[in-house]
Design a protein around this ligand. Sequence first.
Ligand code: AMP
Ligand code: MG
Length: 335
Amino acid sequence: MLLRKESTASLQKANFSLCINTLLDGGVVALPTETVYGLACLALDPDAVAKVYRLKGRPSSNPLIVHVPNLEQAMEISYPDTICKLLCRKFWPGPLTLIIPKKNVVPDNVTAGLETVAIRSPSHPLFRKVLQSTGKPLAAPSANPYSTVSPTSAEEVVNSFGNTCPPVLDGGKCEIGLESTVLDLTCETPAILRPGPISRTDVEKVIGRKLADPTETFKSGISRKSPGLSAKHYAPETPLRLYPNIKLLLKHAPSSSENLIIIPSKEFLPSLDSCSATVMTFSENGDSMEIGRNLYSTLKKADLSKKKTIHLPMLEETDGMSEAINDRLRRASCS
Ligand code: AMP
Ligand code: MG
């Protein structure tokens, strides 16, 4: 379904072919993926890629992820090694982005001048249908202005771009809601550059060896290795105050009405009965997949209420998803 800013009525009007034609003409469209909505263009067309950077206001030093339907197309634009092929067979289509050496056909502006390229095969049926119809790899960073909260619905894409919104193919709410895991396969020991839905242990089990220690990855200069993964990102406009855990939040978060508190699950609501702050929840029962799915839309709603501060806790890290959520919360609250 195609959606433009002017009218939500057009949400109902399917126009898949306009979207395909726009892409093939070197234009930009917003598409749903299972992680977040992406701002897509032909990855091998540097002019189309430049439009994506301009529209997002993204610095040219921040490389884009290239989306392919399968390993075969990945091999046309990059050099996957045995480990990479193993991971593709296990996790594709899905939320795993692999950094591998690029072929010359990939324009410099896609990779911000790096000799490596980030590749992923999304599982969302609409995105896959677009990949199939264009027959070409698509670059697609998240469909939001640079450094703001990523969109997980077509409406959020429209709201974040306003008058400059490109056509949006509406695929409903994103099933995962959090960006893909980014795994660098170009160093001696593979390293996670961005935690995501596919966890460290998921990857280690498949490749049969340990990944680089995350603290070492950061110490060794992640900003050089992955220019876009800056400390501050995904931030709403309202300042966020992050607490190490829910207990400390319930004890110390101010209860006055100019504050907004977000709790991971409804089970903590009774503890906030007498509080005048606005209270929101990320999930019914604290399930990390549900929290991930609702994370960005809840932060956006919280932002709209224009309170002085949003207070929220880090999650207990019980799985890859909760680790990825904490990563985003840390970056969203970084000042
Ligand atoms: P986004 O497109 O917003 O999901 O972000 C994708 C992230 O992947 C970027 O911020 C980059 O830091 C990272 N990335 C993309 N390409 C490369 C690459 N060739 N080497 C290292 N990191 C990359
Ligand atoms: Mg992004």
